[in-house]
Design a protein. Sequence first.
Length: 487
Amino acid sequence: MFQLLATLLVFTRVLGTVNAAAQGTAVFPNTRRFMFDVNGNQIDAIGAKINYGKYYLYGNGAGGVNAYSSTDLVNWAHEGDLGYGGSRSHIIYNAASKKYVVWADGAGSAGYVVGTSTSPVSGYTAAGVAAVDANPTFQKADMAVEVIGDKAYLVYSTLNFQDPRAGSMWPAIYQTSHIVQLSDDYLSTTKTSYNVTSAAFDLIDQQVESPDIFYRAPYYYVSASNSCGLCSGTLSVLYRSKTIQGPWTRQILAGYSCNSQPEGILPLLDPATNQTTYLWHGNSVPGSALTSRGGHIFQPLQFNSDGSAQPLNCSDSARFEYESVCDSDSYNLYQTFPSSKSGTLKEIGINVASSSQTGAVSIKIVKFSTVEDFVAPGYKWTLLNSTIVTRAQTSTVFNVVSVELNAPVKEGDMIGISYGNYYSSGQFIAGGDAVPYCHLEYEVERNSTQVLFEQGAGQTSPRGDDGGASVVVRRQGRGLKFYAVVV
Ligand SMILES: *[C@@H]1O[C@H](CO)[C@@H](O)[C@H](O)[C@H]1NC(C)=O
Ligand SMILES: *[C@@H]1O[C@H](CO)[C@@H](O)[C@H](O)[C@H]1NC(C)=O
Ligand SMILES: *[C@@H]1O[C@H](CO)[C@@H](O)[C@H](O)[C@H]1NC(C)=O
Ligand SMILES: *[C@@H]1O[C@H](CO)[C@@H](O)[C@H](O)[C@H]1NC(C)=O
Ligand SMILES: *[C@@H]1O[C@H](CO)[C@@H](O)[C@H](O)[C@H]1NC(C)=O
């Protein structure tokens, strides 16, 4: 398995008022994956960038701009809605003013909206609109801000809707990327911007979005994607130049960005060696338009002696460890597992996402003796508790829905989670909703003691020539993502 270690620590340049990050080691396999916060809810942040101090991850979620914090890049706590900003909000810390400064989309061609706070995750107040060029012509789009040495920079893309070809069938839009230095307070710019384009100035240079900037001596680098819009694969481009004025040399890191859209680069300084790892971050669509596009992929960049970076490893085997499966219109599912210890079973939860369903979801927790009993026609189980989850209680994000319990269990006791559609009339029949709910599945060993069963839509009675065949059959090699708390 391809794994790279990056030792973590804060950037000394932006300690600010936040706590220094804990030292530790995080492993970044090149898998596409969902990320979850410490409560088990999906991290819902696209257009995200990880900042520093503690590590902060900000990005657009279903309801606003979500902020998460972590000391180790592994365990993330949801800090709530930033309460300010817009698309692709990005935050930098100004050591002189001791303020966090947020930059975000939302001012059209005029520039970007700017706000300040003394906290990295809340309390931002408006500080006006910052212009980025002397004669605003094109609409401002994706951007990032970054402190490099004693200066700060904005990299941004502009949408050219004035080109007579724009808006025709393909390409739909023209957008070029630019760089401008920020004022000392980081609330405005010098208004002298430079194009970040290669000598070719071809369609690749004219379809750039989601730019980010970092410095690795002796080059400034601008990482970007091509025009994409929540897609599952676009160019990952990397420009480098010794000055922000250019000329810029362009390379393509990956043709499809490992089925993602590049988000940005996080430099991680290892204080033991003073070596910096540059962690590339892409946002990956997990295979269904029904659910939040919140997949992530991280890969440390490897540099060559000429300053270019090696291609990303977009191996086919670098798959989502949890996959989005939307099939409650066709199946009820039953996840079974033995209790790993004796005690009181207090809670069981699964991750469910929705879009425009009309029906609800039913989750029941049962205890039973053997898998044979479980699939046998008849009631050879004990219901421990159940819950009905309505569409309004869920969202496009894979958040936890849980059932509270208070059931004594012994190690090895078999527990079952049933999950499927529900009608208000009280029926529990698969296929009750034309629009399926979505859950998360992962691959399990075929001999795992955790077995997932499925029951086809409307299949409620025994089958087979002797009437002895169960309609509940194994979903081989698959598991439903769940957790169970036994105390
Ligand atoms: C690329 O990643 C895959 C999957 O993680 C791994 O098996 C393979 O060895 C990696 N290739 C290189 C060149 O690192
Ligand atoms: C810089 O970008 C603008 C906006 O796309 C474009 O009109 C101009 O031709 C570019 N200049 C150069 C030198 O590439
Ligand atoms: C890392 O850089 C800092 C600041 O320049 C210096 O004080 C420290 O000794 C360096 N550490 C190592 C291991 O080189
Ligand atoms: C059953 O679940 C409901 C809702 O989660 C909860 O309020 C109730 O306390 C649970 N019953 C037991 C016995 O835990
Ligand atoms: C399951 O099978 C694999 C080989 O296919 C074996 O390595 C593993 O030990 C088995 N696990 C159990 C719990 O029997």
